[in-house]
Design a protein around this ligand. Structure first.
Ligand SMILES: [Zn+2]
Length: 316
């Protein structure tokens, strides 16, 4: 077993204190007038931030940690890890770090040269398979293939069909066009304030739910300890509670991004969409849409719009 990746708790989710230190380091390093790496390390150590082993930071350890794909919830191939909870850095932040501090791209003999990862617009529950309704995941067919969305292959406890796939470019462009068109419909922008309030309410509910998970685990342990649950039932309930917690954290993370979206003063939605960072676009899709279903491809010429079915949110 390797050491735990700094920034993440061994029980899943973030290690808040460590993640905070890494985020501070990342924003210092990405600043236009970034201090030297050694100074960033001294700042972290002076503020009391430590590695997962409890050691003081050293420059090479810090850079290796920050450039690790896991910092942005990615696997070694740069694909998003399915069901990953909140990540320490965004894909965009890690890409900027790789571009600025990563080994040169032609240094491929090393084998570990991190390359920019694709920042998927519609993962973490924003897109679903039109056949089996499972969440779509981002993946490249091959290492240098086009980024695409796919229904994950079935595995234990996960009855997905694994049959639907669409390239990210086609899907995201079509979704962007429909989202912008939706916002241009009369009356829709007036509803956004209510949608944002609905999101705020859901964020509050989810936060409470996530915070009370420890209590639910303790209650299960108590029932088991008093002999009121047989072991198999206890383990099954514990597993279900873990899965629920994980899904709740992923959804909470997405909705927090939606909640942070500020569209005040945006007059030209098309221009906004074309220049907004992926994080803000994702938030806008999450604000107006419950989910984007990706349908099987028909025959003949393919219009990407025929392959998507957006379930729009309705204000409460
Ligand atoms: Zn499917």
């Amino acid at each position: 077993m390797g050491a735990r990746l700094t920034g993440y708790a061994s029980t899943g989710g973030l290690h808040p204190q460590e993640a905070k230190g890494l985020r501070i380091a990342s924003s210092l390093l990405l600043d236009e007038e970034a201090p030297p790496k050694g100074e960033v390390v001294r700042t972290l150590n002076a503020k009391g931030f430590r590695t997962s082993r409890g050691s003081e930071w050293r420059t090479n350890v810090l850079m290796r940690t920050l450039l690790h794909p896991g910092m942005a919830g990615l696997d070694d191939d740069g694909n998003p890890i399915e069901g990953h909870e909140e990540s320490v850095l965004t894909v965009d932040e890690r890409n900027q770090l790789v571009a600025k501090y990563g080994p040169p791209a032609d240094n491929e003999k090393e084998g570990a040269a991190p390359r920019p990862a694709y920042d998927y617009l519609l993962t973490n529950g924003l897109s679903g398979c039109g056949v089996c309704s499972c969440g779509m995941v981002g993946a490249r067919v091959t290492g240098d293939g086009d980024p695409s969305y796919r229904c994950p292959p079935p595995r234990d406890g996960h009855a997905s069909c694994g049959r639907i796939r669409m390239t990210a470019d086609r899907l995201e462009t079509a979704v962007g066009e429909q989202v912008v068109a939706e916002l241009l419909r009369p009356g829709v922008r007036e509803q956004l304030a209510q949608l944002q309030q609905d999101i705020k309410d859901e964020v509050s509910r989810l936060r409470l739910h996530v915070e009370s998970a420890a209590k639910r685990f303790a209650e299960l342990g108590d029932l088991y300890g008093r002999g009121l649950l047989v072991k198999a039932a206890f383990l099954a309930a514990q597993q279900a509670t873990k899965q629920d917690l994980k899904e709740s954290r992923v959804r909470l993370r997405l909705l927090e991004q939606v909640d942070g979206l500020d569209l005040g003063g945006v007059t030209d939605v098309v221009a906004w969409w074309n220049s907004a960072p992926q994080l803000s676009r994702r938030a806008l899709v999450g604000l107006v849409a419950e989910v984007v279903y990706v349908l099987p491809s028909g025959h003949g010429p393919h219009d990407p719009h025929e392959r998507i079915n957006i379930v729009w949110r309705t204000a409460s």
